[in-house]
Design a protein around this ligand. Sequence first.
Ligand code: CA
Length: 231
Amino acid sequence: MEPVSTRLGRVLVVEDDPGIATQLVRGLTRAGYETGSVTTGAAALDWPVPDVVLLDLGLPDIDGVEVCRRLRACTDAAIIVVTARGEESDRVLALDEGADDYLIKPFGLAELLARIRAVLRRSRAHGNGSAQVLQHGQLTVDLRTHKVTVGGSAVAVTPKEFAILECLASDPGRVVSRQEMLERAWDEHWYGPTKVLDVHMAALRKKLGDPGLIETVYGHGFRLADPSETP
Ligand code: CA
């Protein structure tokens, strides 16, 4: 590991393609993460537990899904699996085995960094009693009690509405695509009409009482509005 900074977190890149691994390590290190890399599943399982494992599922020794299962059994590290397009079944298996998120190759560094921030925020929120409340402007989302408040007033939300809010508040400012929201708040195998999301979104916005709190980014998805830009 390059001793850059332990403040942001430690990321282990598990990737057997040396070109991709080098690029990832460089980008993550520049972004301030302490970053290590290994090329096999066996080496990943031997590595001192990092905060985040970026796990390519196509590894030369152990099946990536199996690596994911074993990591989850013995560590609390957040696991982001990386698959090629068309490997959807592996991705679903890995999520079932405890992966926290996934990326499809090719992906950009900005997206990777956003996903890492989000999984770290979630794992820190769950691991630390004082940090289980996501806060963004007037909005608070308590992950432990599932209570939501806006400007200090409680808002009663349904489980789906809560899941939507958790999805948005776990990485405020990032645009969450409709598909990602459906997969996270409903089911990773969701293939139904996306209209269902609009119905829940409309109900949620009404309950929150501030129509500008959740922004629609046309053609992309949704995000929480920057609190400094809302009155
Ligand atoms: Ca590979």
